[in-house]
Write a protein that binds this ligand. Structure first.
Ligand SMILES: Cc1ncc(COP(=O)(O)O)c(C=O)c1O
Length: 454
């Protein structure tokens, strides 16, 4: 195996893969940044000096390198990386009059969103103290196992229904009151009374965007109920160019109250979708108090064993990314990625879906960004039935079957049925022509499903 997707049959078009295609992962840019980072003389700490011979075999320019990227990095991340990252975030998110306040004291390096969620759950929640984990429903399904890994039981999970404006905040407010979240908060506890996991912008899988009013209200509720909101802001920069930028991340709303103290929102970012998943590098943004707890700064002691032991969790790669940010190559690549995704979504999915699937009774909301189109199947078909038909008839297509994305909790049976009548189609991994073929194959499968019901 060389990638996570190697066991997929070669002739199957698998729209469940939520990863960038090869042409969205720039090799030359990364190679140049690697050479620059290793050639830099920004001093690996003398007492830890290691030979650069191994590295220089691959990259001749680095022969006499004293580059700090080889050494353990500072707990919160390399200072220059955090500064360049903060400029990127200001450029991307400084709109709507809300200050993003992403100075480097509000940022911490991570090794990608997945590792970061696991670390945040470990540091800021504890299943015997944190009574519930709320999840946007439908939700990014691979998070369920992370929550279980932390020791949460199914009856502690609560799915929050959503509509076109994102999670239903009125419903959530009722639930927080009913469950008396925050009532037994202890001032000594390092943990929050509850955690909420959400993808507020271009949600995975449904593509929804939490509205401005709901963002405001959600932050208020989090403050009132001692709830930590973990926002997986992994698609925010990938808006469709014709739609323009979306709303600022939820953390900006929390930081609009104060940029200090712990606050109640963490923005979880990653370079997986805007550079390459293999780099395993990302960041979190939060108020300075929470960042200090995560990683040591200015004499404060961190609570994260991960950062204390290993230093910055992605030091080497963050130094490469620093180079791509300095040269603005990464910013150009992100703009190119938006254009490619736009073309794939429109010509690869929307045009053939309008022609072939809408007449069968499918429907969708046009995504304003992100990686996914959330397709509602004709009324009588469930995603399980479609999956079975595809398997039975050996139709060489696959997709994200909706029922996988329903929160594995006990409530909302009717809502789960609604989720199960959708499929998630990713437009990032395949070319436009492959996407068109995938829609034709889905058309065939849906027709078989419909005919079998007659
Ligand atoms: C919502 C969401 N969070 C996290 C991830 C994984 O991110 P990373 O590669 O940074 O671990 C993905 C990837 O599909 C995702 O869609």
């Amino acid at each position: 195996m060389t990638t996570l997707f190697d066991d997929k049959a070669a002739d199957v078009i698998d729209l469940s893969i939520g990863a960038p295609a090869r042409d969205l992962m720039p090799v030359d840019m990364v190679a140049a940044a690697c050479t620059a980072a290793l050639s830099s003389n920004d001093k690996a700490c003398d007492s830890f000096q290691v030979s650069s011979d191994d590295m220089s075999r691959c990259i001749p320019a680095a022969i006499h390198s004293n580059a700090s990227c080889k050494q353990y990095g500072p707990e919160a991340g390399d200072g220059q990386y955090l500064s360049e990252l903060s400029i990127l975030l200001q450029e991307e998110y400084c709109h709507l009059g809300l200050s993003p306040i992403a100075s480097d004291s509000h940022l911490c390096c991570t090794s990608g969103a997945s590792q970061s969620i696991t670390n945040l759950l470990t540091l800021f929640s504890e299943p015997t103290y944190t009574s519930h984990v709320f999840l946007q429903s439908p939700t990014y399904h691979l998070v369920f196992q992370m929550v279980k890994d932390r020791g949460y039981k199914t009856d502690q999970l609560v799915g929050i229904p959503e509509d076109a404006d994102g999670i239903d905040i009125a419903w959530l407010e009722g639930k927080l009151r009913e469950l008396e979240i925050g009532k037994n908060k202890s001032v000594e506890s390092p943990y929050y009374s509850a955690v909420l996991y959400t993808v507020p912008t271009y949600s995975n899988p449904s593509g929804t965007i939490l509205s401005h009013e709901r963002r405001q209200k959600l932050v208020q509720l989090a403050h009132q109920h001692d709830m930590l909101v973990i926002c997986d802001d992994v698609y925010d920069m990938l808006y469709q160019p014709s739609e323009g930028k979306s709303l600022p991340p939820l953390v900006s709303y929390d930081m609009a109250y104060s940029s200090e103290g712990n606050g109640n929102v963490i923005s979880n970012g990653t370079f997986s979708k805007i550079l390459s998943p293999g780099v395993r590098c990302g960041w979190v943004q939060a108020r300075s108090g929470l960042i200090k707890r995560l990683a040591k700064r200015q004499g404060c002691s961190s609570i994260s064993g991960l950062h204390a032991s290993g230093g910055s969790p992605a030091h080497f790669v963050s130094k490469l990314i620093l180079e791509t940010l300095r040269t603005k190559d990464l910013q150009k690549h992100i703009a190119k990625t938006r254009d490619i995704l736009s073309e794939r979504m429109t010509d690869g999915l929307i045009t053939p879906i309008d022609e072939l699937l809408l007449p069968l009774g499918c429907s969708y909301h046009k995504p304003k960004g992100g990686y996914f189109l959330w397709l509602k199947l004709p009324q009588s078909i469930t995603s399980q039935a479609l999956e079975q038909t595809i398997l039975k008839n050996r139709i060489k297509v696959s997709c994200g079957y909706g029922y996988h994305f329903a929160v594995p909790s006990k409530d909302h049976d009717t809502y789960k049925l609604e989720i199960g009548s959708h499929v998630r189609l990713c437009f990032a991994f395949y070319s436009t022509s492959d996407l068109k073929s995938a829609v034709e194959r889905l058309h065939q499968a849906i027709k078989i499903c419909l005919e079998s019901q007659k």
